[in-house]
Design a protein around this ligand. Structure first.
Ligand code: NAP
Length: 261
C-alpha cells in the first residue's frame, strides 16, 4: 500500500530544469515540481525574481540550483546543462519555457532584429538545449516539454505585431513532433503545451502595454484567463509517469480561446 508521502512525492529523486522560472508559468512549475519532491534548476536573468522563487522552493524544504543565464546565448545554455550535471549528477526533465512576445510589425523598419531576437529565444534556445540534453535523457529515459502557445496555430487575434511570436511557436510545435519521433527509440518523450492567455509578467516583460488581461478574457469562451498553476499542473502531468504513453502531443489549455477564433 502507498503511504501519503509516496502519493504526494511523484518526482522524488528526479532532476528538472525549468527555463524561464523567475516568473509566471515557469516559476509556478518550479514550485509544483518542488512540492512533488523534485530537485529543480531555476533559470532566468532577473536575479531578484530568481531569489524570490528560490525562497518559495526553500520553504518547501528543498534547495533548488539557481542559474542566472540567457538561454539564447550558446555558452550560457551549455553552462546551464554542465552545471546541472555537475550539481545533481543527472537530468530527468527539461521544460523549455523561457519566451518573449515583443510586438513588432513586419511593415516597420527593424523588423528583422525583432524576428531574430524572438526566434533565438523561443525556438533556437529550445533546439540547442534539446541537443545538449539528449545524452543525459537517454540515461534516465527522461522527457522534454516545450512551452508553445495557441499563437502557434492562430494569427493571435489578427494583430500583425505578433507575426514573429506566432512563427516561433508554430516552428517549436513542428520541431517538437520531429524530435519526439527521433528520440522515441531511446524512450525519451517530447510534448508540447499550448496555453491561451495566462496571467503572468509576460505583458510587462514583452512590453505589450497596449494589451490587458481584461481584453484577453473577452477573447475566450469561458471569459477568463488561466492562472500559472493551471499550466504548471499540466506540465507535471506530462512530465510524470501517468503520461508514459504520451509523446509528440500538443496539449491545449486556453479557456476555449481557439474555438472562439
Ligand atoms: N502568459 C501567457 O498568456 C502565455 C500564453 C501562451 C504561451 N505562453 C508562453 O509561456 C512561456 C512562459 O511565459 P510567461 O507567460 O510565464 O511569461 P513571463 O512571466 O514573462 O516569463 C517568461 C520567463 O522567461 C524568462 N526569459 C526571458 N528571456 C530569457 C532569456 N533570454 N534567457 C532566460 N530566460 C529568459 C524570464 O526570465 P528573466 O526575465 O528573468 O530572464 C521569465 O522567467 C513563454 O514561452 C510564453 O510564450 C504564455
Amino acid at each position: 500500500m502507498q503511504t501519503q508521502s509516496q502519493v504526494n512525492m511523484s518526482f522524488e529523486g528526479k532532476v528538472v530544469i525549468v527555463t524561464g522560472s523567475s516568473s509566471g508559468i515557469g516559476a509556478a512549475a518550479a514550485i509544483e515540481f518542488t512540492k512533488e519532491g523534485a530537485s529543480v534548476v531555476l533559470v532566468g536573468r532577473n536575479e531578484t525574481k530568481l531569489k524570490s522563487v528560490r525562497r518559495e522552493c526553500e520553504k518547501l524544504g528543498k534547495k533548488p540550483l539557481v542559474i542566472k543565464a540567457d538561454v539564447s546565448n550558446d555558452d550560457e545554455a551549455k553552462g546551464l546543462i554542465e552545471k546541472t550535471i555537475e550539481h545533481f549528477g543527472k537530468l530527468d526533465v527539461l521544460v523549455n519555457n523561457a519566451g518573449v512576445s515583443y510586438n513588432f510589425d513586419i511593415t516597420s523598419d527593424g523588423f528583422m532584429e525583432n524576428f531574430d531576437h524572438i526566434m533565438n529565444l523561443n525556438l533556437r534556445a529550445a533546439v540547442y538545449l534539446t541537443h545538449l540534453v539528449i545524452p543525459h535523457l537517454k540515461e534516465t529515459k527522461g522527457n522534454i516539454i516545450n512551452m508553445s502557445s495557441v499563437a502557434g496555430v492562430t494569427v493571435n487575434g489578427g494583430s500583425g505585431g505578433t507575426i514573429s511570436y506566432c512563427t516561433s511557436k508554430a516552428a517549436l510545435n513542428h520541431f517538437s513532433r520531429c524530435v519526439a519521433e527521433r528520440l522515441a527509440p531511446y524512450g525519451i518523450r517530447v510534448n508540447i503545451i499550448s496555453p491561451g492567455p495566462v496571467r503572468t509578467d509576460i505583458l510587462e516583460n514583452s512590453r505589450n502595454f497596449h494589451l490587458s488581461w481584461e481584453l484577453f478574457k473577452k477573447r475566450t469562451l469561458l471569459k477568463r484567463v488561466s492562472e500559472p498553476k493551471e499550466v504548471a499542473d499540466l506540465i507535471l502531468f506530462l512530465a510524470g509517469d501517468k503520461a508514459k504513453g504520451v509523446t509528440g502531443s500538443d496539449y491545449v489549455v486556453d479557456n476555449g480561446y481557439l474555438l472562439k477564433q
